[in-house]
Design a binder for this molecule. Structure first.
Ligand SMILES: NC(=O)c1ccc[n+]([C@@H]2O[C@H](COP(=O)([O-])OP(=O)(O)OC[C@H]3O[C@@H](n4cnc5c(N)ncnc54)[C@H](OP(=O)(O)O)[C@@H]3O)[C@@H](O)[C@H]2O)c1
Length: 263
């Protein structure tokens, strides 16, 4: 416990307002993991640019929730991330509104099975487009603003980046690319911008029923902690990487209940 004889370095720090006056763009922020990332960063004082594609109602509700807690601290921005030409405009709209950009969280993703023999170019465009291409072009557009702010990028990848998930070869390749891109961008954008990634294990099941009860139980049984994670587990790690990890860059951190240890 912190006390009079405890050195400053080991005192438990109060986390309040770690992101005061900072502006963060989170993609796919209307629902699920992205919405929790937005809430946790907002609770630490950040102003939020909430990107969404089709979840307009959820985005609107989250903006209202965050602005009720702190007026003028959240705004939603609509974009299909497959429209690469629009991405520089998205970044400029955020900077025009808030006057700065301190962090980019590339969270948005498409996720579906692609069976060898049936893969078509549309699958490639969608899975590579959302999970790899958009993060690259968004990072490129954001880089000058992030450098000016001595900011950070956090990419949300997957523990299946290195160890593939059966029937999901394209998704796994896209996330492998994103993890590689994380290291490459850390090299390109240092020393002024840190770039890291989080590789979640099982957090929230897909809503399309692609993981039935037996498949879910099988995955959970092969985590070391014998349970799913919570979106807050990802969100607080995003907070750590943005606000409390000044000497960490080029890393991919698994937040997976130990699942990757035995994959
Ligand atoms: N959930 C897990 O257990 C888990 C496990 C491993 C890794 N991850 C990773 O963690 C992140 C969050 O997971 P999640 O399950 O919360 O994600 P998700 O619900 O599958 O997707 C997040 C958002 O991505 C957006 N999106 C999809 N295609 C888009 C496009 N073309 N343009 C713009 N936005 C698009 C959607 O926004 P709209 O709804 O507005 O259309 C969606 O709400 C993802 O990167 C995922 O790969 C999650």
């Amino acid at each position: 416990m912190a006390g009079p004889n405890v050195p400053d370095s080991v005192k438990i720090r109060k986390l309040m307002d770690m992101l005061k006056d900072k502006v963060v763009l989170v993609t796919g922020a209307a629902r699920r993991v992205g919405a929790e990332i937005a809430r946790v960063l907002h609770a630490e004082g950040a102003s939020l640019a909430l990107h969404y594609r089709s979840s307009a109602e959820a985005a609107k509700a989250l903006v209202a929730e965050l602005n009720a807690a702190r007026a003028g601290s959240a705004l939603a921005f609509q974009a299909d991330l497959l429209d690469i030409g629009h991405l520089p405009r998205l970044v400029e709209e955020v900077v025009k509104h808030y006057g700065r950009l301190d962090a980019l969280v590339n969270n948005a993703s498409s996720f579906h099975a692609t069976l060898i023999g049936n893969i078509v170019e549309r699958d490639w465009d969608d899975l590579i487009g959302t999970n790899l291409k958009a993060p690259l072009f968004l990072s490129q557009a954001a880089a000058p603003h992030l450098a000016a702010a001595r900011g950070a990028i956090v990419n949300i990848t997957d523990i299946h980046d290195e160890r593939p998930l059966k029937n999901f070869p394209l998704y796994c390749a896209a996330k492998a690319g994103l993890s590689g891109l994380t290291r490459a961008l850390a090299l390109e954008l240092g020393p002024h911008v840190r770039v890291n990634a989080i590789a979640p294990g099982p957090i929230l099941w897909p809503e399309d029923g692609s993981f039935d009860a037996a498949a879910q139980a099988n995955v959970v049984s092969r985590t070391l902690l014998k349970r799913c994670g919570d979106p807050a587990d990802i969100a607080r790690t995003v907070l750590f990487l943005i606000a409390d990890a000044p000497f960490v860059t080029g890393q991919v951190l698994a937040v997976d209940g130990g699942r990757s240890v035995v994959l």
